[in-house]
Design a protein around this ligand. Structure first.
Ligand SMILES: O=P(O)(O)O[C@@H]1C[C@H](O)[C@@H](CO)O1
Ligand SMILES: O=c1cc[nH]c(=O)[nH]1
Length: 337
């Protein structure tokens, strides 16, 4: 039986006095919506190799303000090293430690107020990581956290290498929803993202004019091959014409890129009070082909594009925080910029 989950308009509830976003703004904490958690003596974040009894989560993570996630462990380590340099922190960062080293499911790095975590490929993989990450941020009493997925994607009708900032995450039917099977119910969740954050990122992209950046819908699928209308998988039961008809309808519906995590990412972050954005580079134009045949160096450079944009955004936010902040975390980092 399909069911629409009641989503109040106030998912980002406010509590507390003044927060780092500016004078008079209240702190925005990270919510869990699970009545069972409070009665648990210990919470083991199994896939992160962290826990409430084994680790002092507020001390380790309490100052986190930006969380960046992406599929590949190497990309997320590269982003951590890049942020180390961009924030002018001590050392080369080469010794930056994987906080989840006790497991090889996910990789996590912390650079000042920035957490960089890999999530693997697809909805099930990112969903498990997000459950544990959101609990981690909640246990650590983090507030005013912005979370951004920096990924790769297939473009639709735009030049390869373009960066798409998602205005709306849609499913394979071009609908802004995520369907979660819970027990034997289908629960439909909204995939609305933070519009102001998307605008702010778009404005920031003007500082990186050497690659095109645009706002557009992102389609999230359950599969890379048949699910994205590819003709080059091990299975294919549709014609080239059907594929192109589908992708052109997607384009008409406002879709500019296709990836595999944005809907669940948007839905879960929204429900837990996290301001979220999705920023993905496109590796090819899916109206032109299916195979990704970019030379390695081009692939590496394309993947750096969202990182550059997000680094500028974080630095800008920290600089602004310097003028208005009462948060010790953001003050110390804006001072070192
Ligand atoms: O963040 P990444 O680059 O992993 O995002 C896309 C969607 C899938 O996870 C993967 C498919 O190649 O790339
Ligand atoms: O075409 C592509 C490229 C990267 N990631 C996807 O999900 N699809």
């Amino acid at each position: 039986m399909a069911q629409i989950e009641k989503i109040g308009s106030k998912t980002n509830e406010y509590a507390g006095p003044v927060g780092p976003g500016g004078k008079g703004l209240r702190k925005r904490f990270v919510y869990v919506k699970n009545p069972y958690l409070d009665s648990m003596d210990e919470d083991i974040l199994y896939h992160l190799d962290l826990g409430t009894k084994t680790h002092n989560l507020p001390a380790m993570f309490g100052d986190v303000k930006f969380v960046c996630v992406g599929g590949s462990p190497n990309r997320m380590k590269a982003f951590a090293l890049f942020m180390n340099k961009e924030l002018g922190l001590e050392g080369s960062g080469e010794d930056v430690k994987d906080i989840c080293a006790g497991t090889d499911r996910y990789f996590m790095y912390k650079i000042g107020p920035v957490l960089s975590i890999s999530h693997g490929m697809g909805i099930p993989s990112i969903s498990i990581m997000l459950h544990e990450l959101i609990k981690l941020l909640h246990h650590a009493q983090c507030c005013d956290v912005t979370i951004i997925r920096i990924g790769t994607s297939g473009g639709l009708g735009i030049a390869p290498g373009s960066v798409v900032i998602t205005d709306t995450a849609v499913d394979s039917f071009f609908k802004p929803r995520f369907e979660q099977v819970i027990l034997d119910n289908i629960v439909t969740r909204s995939t609305e993202l933070d519009k102001d954050l998307a605008e702010e990122l778009f404005n920031c992209s003007k500082e990186t004019p050497h690659f095109p950046t645009l706002l557009g819908h992102t389609m999230c699928t359950y599969d890379f091959y048949e699910g994205q209308g590819r003709l080059d998988g091990a299975l294919c039961s549709f014609s080239r014409e059907k594929k192109l008809d589908y992708l052109k309808r997607a384009y008409k519906a406002g879709v500019r890129n296709i990836e595999m995590e944005s809907t669940v990412f948007a839905a879960m972050c929204r429900l837990c009070g996290l301001k979220a954005a999705v920023v993905c580079v496109t590796l090819l134009d899916r109206l032109e082909g299916d195979q990704i045949n970019l030379p390695h160096d081009v692939l590496v450079e394309y993947q750096q594009r969202p990182q550059l944009l997000i680094s500028n955004f974080i630095k800008q936010r920290l600089r602004l925080g310097d003028q208005t902040s009462s948060s010790p975390g953001s003050q110390s980092f804006s001072a070192s910029l």
